[in-house]
Design a protein. Structure first.
Length: 297
């Protein structure tokens, strides 16, 4: 295992920011830790990085204790924060060279520039880069020491859709290098696209864990079928109550059978099922349900 966390607790006075977290991440896995602000996500990651001390429990990352691993530990991990301070007068190539000089084992500058897709900007000053290009440079600096494990903190916050997709390609490139990645993100489509497994943390506790397709029972959840029909028309034997403007919405456990019955009836009647949609609960739907605080007091 790349990361092994058992019974992790972190307290600040009477406040338990992390309350008995168990977490296991395999080597070569992309693992997304999801949770609302204040849930304990950042505290957990900072303990794994060695930036905070734990109160109780055990943590092993790459077989080491982050709290006491020192330089030997830091040389094996890469950290990409939401924001970093890089000298803006440097070129992309110069920044990578300078950061790389700090590591006894490092990847070649040209290779890193290619991995993050900055070949055309290699000799450009950092101050001239777009936000997405700067983020790709930060990714390059995070892996310049050829780390075994990479922490990515909200890697595409503030990106436009095009820049986000470019960043996903970079992260896929890191995956292809065999790196283990621990990702935090507020974008559920990002977690869906990139992660092998996800966990949701709420009030300092892990409340669900699984693949993006199965977490929280997503794979067994009802499918929603929506369609519109002419006024006064309704499919027989289904007991649906149309919404306004003749729109029907059905939540069904066996979508294939219902769709077969529905489309067969529509074809026989010569009726078009207007605006037909078939949707499973999205990862965002499941996440919002899991992350919601209990309201029972």
């Amino acid at each position: 295992m790349a990361i092994e966390v058992n019974g992790l607790v972190k307290t600040y006075g009477e406040t338990r920011a992390v309350d008995g977290v168990d977490l296991h991440v395999a080597e070569g896995e992309v693992f997304a830790l999801l949770g609302p602000n204040g849930a304990g996500k950042s505290t957990t990651v900072e303990i794994l990085e060695g930036h905070r001390t734990l109160t109780a429990g055990t943590v092993r990352v790459l077989g080491m204790d982050p709290e006491t691993g020192g330089r030997a530990y830091r040389e094996r991990i890469g950290i990409v924060l939401q924001e970093s301070a890089i000298e803006k007068e440097l070129s992309v190539r110069e920044a990578i060279d300078i950061y790389g000089a700090l590591y006894p084992r490092r990847r070649h500058t040209g290779e890193l520039i290619e991995i993050v897709g900055l070949e055309d900007k290699a000799d450009s000053r950092i101050k001239t880069l777009s936000g997405g290009q700067k983020r790709r440079l930060e990714l390059a600096l995070g892996i310049v020491g050829d780390p075994e494990l990479i922490f990515l903190d909200e890697p595409t916050t503030g990106f436009d859709p095009s820049a986000r997709r470019q960043a996903w390609t970079v992260i896929d490139n890191l995956r292809s290098l065999g790196k283990t990645i621990l990702l935090t993100t507020h974008y559920m489509d990002e977690a869906q696209a990139l992660s092998d497994r996800v966990a949701v943390i709420r009030s300092g506790e892990i409340v669900a864990e699984g693949t993006p397709d199965t977490i929280g029972g997503r794979d067994d959840a009802a499918t929603t079928i929506g369609f519109s029909l002419p006024s006064g028309t309704a499919p027989p034997g289904m007991g649906e109550v149309p919404q306004e403007s003749g729109r029907f919405v059905l939540a069904v456990p066996e979508a294939t059978k219902v769709l077969h019955r529905l489309t067969s009836w529509a074809i026989d009647q010569g009726i078009e099922l207007g605006s037909l949609t078939v949707e499973r609960p999205s990862l965002e739907d499941i996440y919002l349900e899991l992350a919601a605080e209990d309201t029972d007091g």
